[in-house]
Ligand binder design. Structure first.
Ligand SMILES: Nc1nc2c(ncn2[C@@H]2O[C@H](COP(=O)(O)OP(=O)(O)OP(=O)(O)O)[C@@H](O)[C@H]2O)c(=O)[nH]1
Length: 501
């Protein structure tokens, strides 16, 4: 009974497995590249931030020094006893002369004036280049003492920053002050030299309005803000956002190239692995199919050592199976008692004999039957009967040539195909066979009065003769031999022709 076909559904997919592997490697590499990109971005950001921070520090230092210069100048003047005297006791002319003398010494100064204790400019404010906005500022409470720097941008081309220092008498009484307005250009120069050309810088007042600077932008810029001490001002330095430094960019490109190379190697490797594995599996499958179809089994030569043991086992099993099949084939064509070819072997060989007959060879078919064999069995037993059969088989083996064929059809019935013998040769062969049979019986120690009857016919070409017809003719002739007293060979004669019977 054929075994039911079992279907075992596999749970894992090789392709999925390999793809998973590939994705895993890509993921790890991708994460590595992402991480190094992130580090590069961070270090670029930090580096940029550090650079503009350094620029801002430089600019603030320059600015504070420059402001300090003006402040010191003013403070020194305010402490001068001569100024206190001029303010307290000087005539308007003396006060004016004091101012004019100093005005000439300071080219960057826009305005210079003396102020009384109420914040009013002493003398003609316009001639000292003190505008109404500055005068207003001077009048506000605490303007002489709070040290605030005020920026005035009302007049284009005359933008300036105001410095004020209080002047006291020897007892510390407030006499008034000295007022100084400075153009913004020196402040601009103080901060300009500290930054790279592509960077922007600006000085903002307490309300965030620009005092000096250039190029400040809103939006995606890196920025550093530093307070300018004692002023309420803020210094801002900006640079366009640079995402990656050149070396960081190179690192990322190198990482991507490495990832690409690893991917390519992996993909090629996996495709190759799959192809080679499939080839190994297909060749194994081919061998198994050939085995199942009883065809010559090709020797499996696997590519991978992992398949070596399987291939060796299949090759060995195939060899064993082939040997067993050959043995079975031999057995199926061999009579088990006499080891002569059996009826199947005779039927297999018969077309070859017909071919010979077709090629003008004389091929004789002789059917043999042991005389009174039943009686031998009955009198001496089956074992002796077997000995008799073996004696005839031995005689047939000895007296048939390689091109001939002797087979046991059944029981005590044998058949022989003989090539290239004429009638006389056949008779002689029959005689030799009978004699040999008897001597074989003697050799077995059997003294039996038995002989051989034979019926003979010539084979015709396949187109006009068949195995059944030929056997029937030989059998008919054998029957004639029995009829005529046994122990003889009779040639088949067509009914109606001479000598028929
Ligand atoms: N010992 C033995 N006997 C067999 C074997 N096969 C068949 N037989 C016997 O062979 C005998 C065949 O006898 P037949 O050929 O019919 O009769 P016979 O006595 O030979 O008579 P004739 O052929 O007319 O001379 C039967 O008794 C079978 O039982 C076998 O393998 N061994």
């Amino acid at each position: 009974m054929p075994l039911p076909a079992q279907t075992v559904r596999p749970s894992a997919s090789l392709q999925r497995h390999l793809m998973g592997l590939l994705l895993g490697v890509v993921g790890i590499f991708g994460a590595g590249i992402g991480l190094s990109l992130w580090f590069s971005l961070e270090s670029t950001r930090e580096e940029q931030q550090r650079l503009i921070g350094y620029e801002a520090e430089q600019a603030r230092g320059n600015l504070v020094r420059r402001l300090g210069d003006y402040r010191t100048l003013l403070d020194n003047a305010a402490r001068d006893r001569e100024l206190a005297d001029v303010l307290a006791f000087g005539t308007p002319e003396a006060q004016q002369a004091w101012v004019r003398a100093r005005q000439r010494l300071l080219p960057e100064i826009l305005g210079l004036a003396l102020v009384d204790a109420h914040g009013e400019v002493v003398g003609d404010a316009a001639s000292f280049r003190i505008g109404p906005a500055c005068q207003r500022d001077l009048r506000r409470p605490g303007a002489l003492t709070d040290g605030r720097l005020l920026v005035h941008r009302q007049q284009a081309g005359a933008e300036h920053v105001d410095f004020v220092a209080a002047v006291h008498d020897v007892r510390g009484m407030l006499l008034g002050g000295i007022f100084l307005s400075v153009r913004l250009d020196p402040l601009q120069r103080a901060i300009d030299g500290s930054i790279l050309p592509e960077h922007a810088i600006a000085l903002l007042d307490a309300e965030g309005r620009p005092i000096v600077g250039h190029g400040l932008q809103r939006g995606a810029m890196r920025e550093v803000r530093l307070p300018v001490a004692d002023t309420g001002w803020t210094l801002v330095v900006q640079s366009p956002v640079q995402w990656l430094t050149r070396s960081g960019g190179r690192q990322v490109v190198a990482g991507l190239l490495t990832l690409g190379a690893v991917l390519a190697v992996l993909v090629i490797g996996i495709v190759q692995l799959r192809r080679t594995m499939v080839r190994d599996i297909v060749s194994t499958l081919d061998a198994l199919k050939a085995l199942a179809r009883n065809e010559p089994v090709p020797t499996i030569m696997p590519h991978y050592v992992e398949f070596e043991q399987v291939a060796e086992d299949i090759n060995l099993t195939a060899r064993h199976l082939q040997e067993q099949r050959a043995r079975l084939e031999r057995l199926s064509l061999t009579d088990p008692l006499t080891a002569l070819p059996n009826r199947r072997a005779f039927e297999t060989r018969f077309p070859q004999a017909q071919g010979m007959a077709e090629r003008q060879h004389r091929v004789a078919l002789v059917m043999l039957d042991i005389d009174h064999f039943k009686g031998v069995n009955d009198r001496f037993g089956h074992a002796v009967g077997d000995q008799v059969l073996l004696a005839l088989a031995q005689a047939l083996k000895d007296l048939t040539r390689r091109a001939d064929l002797a087979a046991r059809l059944a029981g005590d019935e044998f058949v022989v195909l003989l090539t290239d013998l004429d009638a006389a040769g056949l008779d002689a062969w029959y005689q030799r066979l009978s004699d040999r049979f008897r001597s074989e019986l003697n050799a077995f120690g059997l003294d039996l009065q038995t002989g051989l009857s034979a019926g003979q016919t010539w084979l015709g070409p396949a187109s006009r003769d068949s195995i059944d017809d030929a056997l029937m003719r030989a059998d008919h002739a054998l029957y004639q031999a029995k009829e005529r007293g046994r122990g003889r060979m009779v040639q088949y004669v067509e009914p109606g022709s001479d000598g028929a019977g």
